[in-house]
Design a protein around this ligand. Structure first.
Ligand SMILES: Nc1ncnc2c1ncn2[C@@H]1O[C@H](COP(=O)(O)OP(=O)(O)O)[C@@H](O)[C@H]1O
Ligand SMILES: [Mg+2]
Length: 261
């Protein structure tokens, strides 16, 4: 059972020591990684996914319960504790959704009696994240962007069921982010989002800040930000509603922002 993962920093791109030398992530933590383009966000995510042990370009080490990753994490894909979702993750399949999820569930669990329930839960989970429900008979390749992202997150959480889920700049448009965070928090996992979405950042427990290839600080979401996040959610909902109206060829007026007061 993984209880903590630890990131041990070493040096930045320019060789200076990393400001934050150690971060301990606990099961249940929801974390955002932030920083400008080129600051090293993907590199950090990759270090985690590769179980870096002073053998990547950063020299970082990732510890599981305080120790280097056991060999079985590498040797046995079924024991790999990490699911990584990137912008380039595609299901690469034109199977119907139901068949695809069933096949995946069969690979991940040895107990076949469980696959049906898993597939149902995955679909139900995905459909809570997207406004446009996924029809089980539709082909994977026909899903919209929002549906695909919702299904990727549900698949990683329920079928892969890894204790650690990494999401690298997975575009969040088209999914109910507040709902997603609420749902994800019901699972005892570590979720790490590379994102600049204020909604997700403010609903995270803390933000890991990167600059020039190194971790420069940790910002724990404070009481003011927590309170403020309610307003950010409202603002974001209003903006989405306006986007929908524009899409439908309607006019906008000054009343659109009234709900914000
Ligand atoms: N600590 C580091 N040491 C050396 N090179 C690094 C380090 N962090 C990032 N890099 C390099 O910097 C470049 C940009 O990093 P990347 O992770 O892609 O940034 P981002 O995802 O934030 O846009 C990459 O070529 C990466 O290999
Ligand atoms: Mg990146």
């Amino acid at each position: 059972m993984i209880e903590t993962i630890t990131i041990l920093g070493v040096h930045s791109r320019s060789g200076t020591p990393e400001a934050v030398q150690r971060i301990d992530l606990k099961m249940g933590d929801v974390v955002s990684i932030v920083g400008p383009t080129g600051s090293g966000k993907t590199t950090l995510i990759n270090d985690i996914e590769l179980f870096a042990d002073n053998n990547t370009q950063t020299g970082r080490r990732i510890l599981f319960n305080g120790e280097s990753a056991p060999l079985e994490y590498r040797d046995d894909p079924a024991r790999n504790p990490i699911a990584l979702i990137t912008q380039h993750t595609t299901f690469l399949s034109d199977l119907p959704v139901l068949d695809f999820l069933t096949a995946h569930a069969r690979i991940r669990t040895l107990d076949c009696s469980q696959t049906e329930g898993m597939v149902e839960r995955t679909l139900a989970f995905a459909n809570q994240l997207t406004g446009e429900p996924v029809v089980p008979t539709s082909k994977m390749t026909e899903l919209s962007g929002g549906q695909t992202r919702a299904l990727l997150i549900a698949d990683a959480t329920i079928i892969c069921n890894t204790p650690i889920v990494l999401l690298d700049e997975v575009e969040n448009a088209g999914i109910h982010r507040t709902r997603a965070l609420e749902l994800l928090r019901q699972y005892q996992k570590i979720f790490i989002f590379v994102t600049h979405d204020p909604r997700i950042a403010l609903l995270s427990d803390y933000r890991i800040v990167l600059q020039g290839g190194s971790i420069t600080k940790i910002l724990t979401t404070n009481a003011e930000e927590r309170q403020f996040s309610v307003k950010v959610t409202k603002l974001d909902d209003l903006l989405s509603a306006m986007r929908d109206k524009i899409r439908l060829g309607e006019r906008l007026n000054t009343h659109e922002l009234e709900g914000l007061a």
